[in-house]
Design a protein around this ligand. Sequence first.
Ligand SMILES: *[C@@H]1O[C@H](CO)[C@@H](O)[C@H](O)[C@H]1NC(C)=O
Ligand SMILES: *[C@@H]1O[C@H](CO)[C@@H](O)[C@H](O)[C@H]1NC(C)=O
Ligand SMILES: *[C@@H]1O[C@H](CO)[C@@H](O)[C@H](O)[C@H]1NC(C)=O
Ligand SMILES: *[C@@H]1O[C@H](CO)[C@@H](O)[C@H](O)[C@H]1NC(C)=O
Length: 274
Amino acid sequence: MARSLLALAKTLCFILHVQSCTCGEAEIIGGKKVKAHSLPHMALLYNSEEEPRCGGTLLSSTWVLTAAHCFKYKIDTVRLGVVTIKNSKTDGFVQARKVARQYQHPCYNADTNIHDLWLLKLSQAVEETTAIKYLPLANTISDPKEGTICMVAGWGLVKVDIKEMSDDLMSADVTVIKRETCNLTKYNNTGYTITSDMVCAGTVEENQVVRDTCQGDSGGPLMCNGEQVGITSFGIGCANRTKPGVYAFLSKQHIDWINGKIKNESYSEECATQ
Ligand SMILES: *[C@@H]1O[C@H](CO)[C@@H](O)[C@H](O)[C@H]1NC(C)=O
Ligand SMILES: *[C@@H]1O[C@H](CO)[C@@H](O)[C@H](O)[C@H]1NC(C)=O
Ligand SMILES: *[C@@H]1O[C@H](CO)[C@@H](O)[C@H](O)[C@H]1NC(C)=O
Ligand SMILES: *[C@@H]1O[C@H](CO)[C@@H](O)[C@H](O)[C@H]1NC(C)=O
């Protein structure tokens, strides 16, 4: 499986721009405030200046899954159980951990944003509480069908023109868009290609407020029917109907790498030359 996907990836010859050019971090646009502690697996990732930069998911007591491109922010601390950024350092529900070790997916490519996965091993175990829960991945996750309503969440920007993280955790419903559609020229003016390791989701109804992830939401989960199916990865700008959000899909290959790493940190995977 891994091999055939890699072979496919190789032949696609991506000339993608992504993340780097526009929507560096994602924000939830058109969403609503999340009830305190109702997404107890949400992680908030901070850089060395103590600034929040990305989201993530707590998979187990010591592992957090996020996006590989968040690496550029020099993430060094993870906070769990956060409700508002303002109170994240004083809130008694919050557990903060240093990042002890980190692993980018060996096949991650910053130019194409393929395999945008990053695993953080925490310095010390996080305890489960009413505010904090682990969300282990399933062994296989089926490809979400076109039209599936999924949820995204994060502390990213809530307005495209206000470059500031949201104090509150926000969430929004987005609809899965077929890869072939998302890959069409109409959706691809900035030149990226959607692969089988990515999922597109956005706002499909003409008469509804546009919902999307944006800067600061990167690394957070795409949840479909209560299960994590993807990781917020990139987009061309934010909240443009013809530029839906793109998520790293937790394909069999990705799950095998994550679960392999969690079992044995020396586990690796061979990549096709990029
Ligand atoms: C996306 O478009 C590229 C370039 O036309 C093509 O090689 C690739 O197979 C397409 N992918 C999907 C999932 O449609
Ligand atoms: C997307 O844009 C890239 C770069 O311009 C191009 O190579 C690719 O063929 C386009 N994909 C589709 C499906 O048009
Ligand atoms: C959406 O993207 C298209 C293509 O890049 C652009 O022409 C259009 O102005 C954008 N719309 C909004 C609302 O930003
Ligand atoms: C962990 O993986 C490495 C590399 O594949 C292997 O050499 C080692 O034997 C494994 N350790 C355990 C305990 O499975």
